[in-house]
Design a protein around this ligand. Structure first.
Ligand code: SAM
Length: 240
């Protein structure tokens, strides 16, 4: 069944006017007509069965029929990734949505080649991946911030899985064993974290440096591996 992420509130019988992009997708691409049914979610009200009520030239109108699933939200996991090349960053955002990250925070470090990114495009990729993967929310893609600003504003009770490619950190699984609560995963840029950045990160009481094995991974491989390890040991891949 087609799934659409909406910003509108969802409740029985509410009418939903889709924006131009979603209208075009449903009408022209997916060839939906009046009476067809799709699933909608907004990250707050669960998943709703919605019926196509009207297919206009530039707008499709839906009507919510019944709730299919109660709202649930995955673990409080942030992926914090340095700005790497566009294609790789887009892959990382898509995989973060599939692997259940709640937010993707973009990071500017000493060795990143850019200090900005197309956050709107990355957010659209995150939404599309959330629709495909069946989750009931979509990760927020947060605009780039500098590493020291992020560390200065670090929230209490949040732990950090610092993926440190230098090779002198313990393996991830024992570090994450029994972990719970809010965590962030840090992935550096193509050039890695600088020695100063590594020192700063390792000095934080909330940080747990981990190794992702003896080989240097590309940032997308590292992000996927780290999220997999975290979900399997501390997240929602564990038996309920
Ligand atoms: N400095 C290397 C380079 O120039 O190719 C590696 C940087 S790597 C592409 C980007 C990030 O992935 C690293 O900063 C680190 O966060 C993570 N990473 C890659 N391999 C890793 C490993 N074996 N252990 C821990 N983290 C790793």
């Amino acid at each position: 069944m087609i799934r659409l992420y909406l910003s509108a509130d969802l409740s029985a019988e509410v009418g939903l006017d889709l924006d131009e992009g979603q209208s075009r997708y449903l009408a022209a691409v997916m060839r939906q007509t009046a009476g067809d049914e799709i699933a909608c979610f907004n990250g707050r009200d669960g998943e709703w069965l919605c019926r196509v009520e009207a297919v206009g030239k530039r707008q499709v109108r839906l009507r919510a029929v019944q709730r299919l699933r109660e709202q649930t939200t995955g673990p409080d996991l942030d992926l914090v990734v340095a700005l790497v090349k566009r294609a790789r960053l887009e892959t990382i955002v898509e995989k973060a949505a599939e692997l259940g990250a709640r937010r993707v925070r973009l990071l500017v470090t000493e060795r990143t080649n850019a200090d900005h990114a197309r956050v709107d495009r990355l957010q659209a990729i995150a939404v599309e991946a959330a629709e495909q993967t069946g989750r009931l929310d979509a990760p927020d893609v947060v605009a780039p911030v500098k590493l020291d600003a992020l560390i200065r504003a670090w929230p209490e009770h949040r732990r950090l899985m610092f993926c440190d490619e230098a090779g002198d950190s313990p393996p991830a699984i024992p570090v994450l064993a029994g972990a719970s609560g809010a965590w962030s995963i840090f992935i550096g840029p193509e050039g890695g974290f600088s020695p100063t950045e590594r020192e700063t990160l390792r000095a934080q009481a909330f940080a747990s440096p981990v190794s992702l094995g003896p080989r240097i991974l590309r940032a997308d491989t590292a992000a996927i591996s780290a999220m997999t390890l975290w979900q399997a040991t501390a997240g929602d891949w564990r038996a309920p």
